[in-house]
Every structure is written in C-alpha cells, then in structure tokens.
Design a protein around this ligand. Structure first.
Ligand SMILES: [Zn+2]
Length: 411
C-alpha cells in the first residue's frame, strides 16, 4: 500500500540532474566549452548530445536518455559525466550489476580529479546498497566520510545502512558526525534512535537502561511524543498509575494525533485509580482534536452510564462534522438495535451496514504526512520514505462548516 509512483520517478530524475550538474561543472565542463585544450576530450561540454540526454531526463524519459548516453560513451570512452549518468540511470532502472561495472571502471582510471573520484565512489556505494551488499557500501561510505569527499552524503548513506540493520548505537554515532554538515536539525531522529534503544532495553527486561535512553531522547527533543508514550506504558506496567496518567495526558499536549495510541492505557489508569470522570476526560480529549477512536470510546462510556441516546448524540454530532466510517458503523449498529424495523427496512439497513463495514476494513488507520504511505499499524519510521515520525493516525476528513449549517437548516 503506497502512493506516488510517478512522483517518485520525477523526483528521481530531478535528483539525478541535481547530482550530475555540479560534477560536470566541477570537472571543467563549463571551462572546456571556452578553452578546448587537451583536457576537453574528457568532458562532454562540447557535445550537444549530452544536453539532449539531460533533456530526456527532464522529460522523464530515462530509456531515451540511456540510449543517448550509451552512444556518447561509445564515441568517447573518456567522458566521466556520461559514465556517471549511465551508471546512475542503470541503477535507477534496477540494473545494479551494470551500474557497479560502470562505476568500478571509472574508479580504476588514474586521470580522475578528487571530486570525480569521490562522486564515483559514492555512486558505487549506492549501487552496492541497491544490490543489497550493505557491508561493501558501508566500507566505501566510511572511507569517503573519513577522507572528506562527499562527506554529508556518505554519512547519510551510513545512517541509511545502520537504520536498515537496526544498529541504533551506530546511528547515534553517525548522527553526531553528521550534525555539523546537516542543514536540517537531527534532534527528532536522534530522539527516535534513543526510543529504539529504550524499546530494546524493555524487551530484554532492563528498565533502567530504557529510562536512561528515554531521558536522553527527551533531552535532545523535548517534544518527542514517542518517549512520553513509552514512559507512560512503563509506568502503567509498574503499577504507577498516577505517573502513567500524567504521561498519557502529556501525549495529548505534545501530539494530540497520537492520543489513540495511549487511549487503552489512559482508560486503564483512570479505571484502576477509581476515577469517576472518564466521560469528562474523554470529552475533553475529543474536543481538542477530532479522533474516531476517542469519540468511539466516549460514546461507549456514555452507553454504559446513561444509555444509547447519549451515545448516539455524540456519534451524530461528530459525524455531522467529520467523515469517519468507524463512527458511522457504530451509529448504524446502535440504531439497528434500537429500532423495531419491518422485514424489508431491516434488510435494507443490514445491506447499508454491511457496505460500511466492508469499506471500514479498507480504510487506512495510519498515513505518512510526507509521502502518503498508508498502513494499518503504526511505523515510527515510514517504510516508504524512511522519515521518522511522519506516519500518524489518520484524521477524519472534515465536512466544511457551511455544509453542516445547511444540513441543520434543512433539518
Ligand atoms: Zn513516508
């Protein structure tokens, strides 16, 4: 289940261009056009076919671009940029073996500039990753990061490898090395690595190590919702219900969209504390952020305490403003139980209910804010775009306010 195949192809082609142009410039592409000396043969600047290939890339026609670059490479085996473009295109097309051969041949040359060598080594590292040869990619990226060529990209490559290997200690070390070169802050990622370490410590029944990791996560990113969730779950498991409740309510402050994740624990803590204000707490949460699970829990508590009328009123009020199949399914269920329908009306109601229930099983529960990846389980790192903390519980689609008013007037 993922979205945006075409979008990924476009951004892939643009990224390639972005990567290619600085290399061409650095290697004297532009200079060569003005001063066609003996080195000009190693640059593609004078050849209009190179631009034709670039245009094909811009037009998202990688196969045509490959044809052009292959011809160029056959005419002039020296051109570095042409080979870099070819290697990258083959890798993007899934032909990692061909990409590896091209980049290895490039690196074997003794006339490359330092920039060209660094670039080709980085590309080779990416080929290895594509081929699943993570250990070889790791060696290359480590070397590049140490000699200072393509340093930021090499460190990001290492981060990618260690994340795939779930080696969070190494991730933390690389993130520290990356900090001075990174344009965007790494605090959120670092906090997530600490949370991963905390989860591992919990699994091996080492609560002290888990708490230390969570404290570090909150030091580096005070808004880390995940750390509050884990800490709350640990407190509840320890029987410290007051602390658990405070932490779960902090989740509502820090990231209201994650409340469904802590809802069962929050309700358990309230119940075990003997609190009688469950409905008030849930109503407060529902008023802050539209959330199907919270409204369902609220209507359930109202059903228990004061009967179906209050539960139905809550569900109806919510559905008047939000498109939510789970709430609709529950409302239909309550209505079917209450009404004494004739056989045909009961059959029709049953069909409608069945359709809603079927649609509900296909409704994504979580979605990535960045790439649109949808899932039915929470992933702290998006499996598609690899960003952290972007997969969130799906919020219901809002019905515009004027439509709600019109419906009321009609009623
Ligand atoms: Zn994503």
């Amino acid at each position: 289940m993922r979205a945006g195949g075409r979008g990924a192809a476009v951004s892939g082609a643009l990224l390639l261009l972005f990567l290619l142009l600085p290399v061409a410039a650095a290697s004297g592409w532009w200079l060569a056009r003005r001063d066609p000396g003996p080195k000009a043969r190693s640059t593609p600047g004078a050849d209009p076919d190179f631009f034709r290939g670039i245009n094909y890339l811009l037009d998202e026609q990688p196969d045509k671009a490959i044809d052009v670059f292959l011809k160029l490479a056959a005419v002039d085996g020296e051109t570095v940029e042409t080979h870099l473009a070819l290697g990258s295109l083959f890798r993007r097309r899934g032909e990692a073996d061909r990409a590896i051969r091209i980049h290895q041949n490039l690196i074997a040359r003794d006339n490359l500039s330092a920039e060209q060598r660094g670039y080709a080594l980085f590309e080779l590292g990416q080929d290895y990753m594509r081929a699943g040869l993570l250990d070889r990619a790791e060696i290359l990226f480590q070397e590049l990061a140490e000699i200072g060529l393509q340093r930021e990209r090499a460190l990001r490559g290492l981060l990618d490898i260690y994340q795939q290997e779930r080696d969070w200690g190494q991730c933390l070390e690389v993130a520290e090395r990356l900090k001075p070169f990174s344009e965007r802050p790494l605090a959120a990622e670092i906090a997530q690595y600490q949370c991963e370490l905390a989860e591992e410590a919990r699994r091996r029944a080492d609560p002290d190590a888990a708490r230390r990791a969570l404290a570090r996560a909150q030091d580096v990113d005070p808004h880390c919702v995940r750390a509050a969730i884990i800490e709350g779950q640990m407190a509840l498991a320890d029987g410290d219900r007051e602390a658990a409740l405070a932490l779960f309510l902090r989740v509502a402050d820090q990231g209201a969209r994650y409340v469904p994740e802590v809802l069962p624990g929050l309700m358990q803590a309230l119940e075990e504390l003997g609190r009688t204000d469950l409905i008030a707490v849930l109503a407060g949460l529902a008023a802050r952020e539209p959330s199907g699970p919270v409204v369902l829990a609220l209507s359930e508590a109202q059903l228990q305490e004061s009967g179906p009328a209050a539960a139905k009123a809550t569900l109806t009020g919510y559905l008047a403003r939000n498109v939510d199949l789970a709430a609709l399914e529950r409302l239909l269920d309550l209505q079917a139980r209450a009404a004494a329908l004739g056989a045909e009306a009961a059959y029709r109601a049953g069909v409608v209910h069945g359709v809603v229930r079927h649609l509900l099983t296909r409704q994504p529960v979580y979605q990535c804010d960045h790439c649109g990846f949808s899932a039915r389980a929470l992933h702290w790192q998006c499996p598609s775009c690899k960003r952290w903390g972007t997969v969130q519980p799906v919020q219901p689609e809002r019905i515009p306010g004027d439509e709600v008013l019109r419906e009321r007037r009609l009623a």
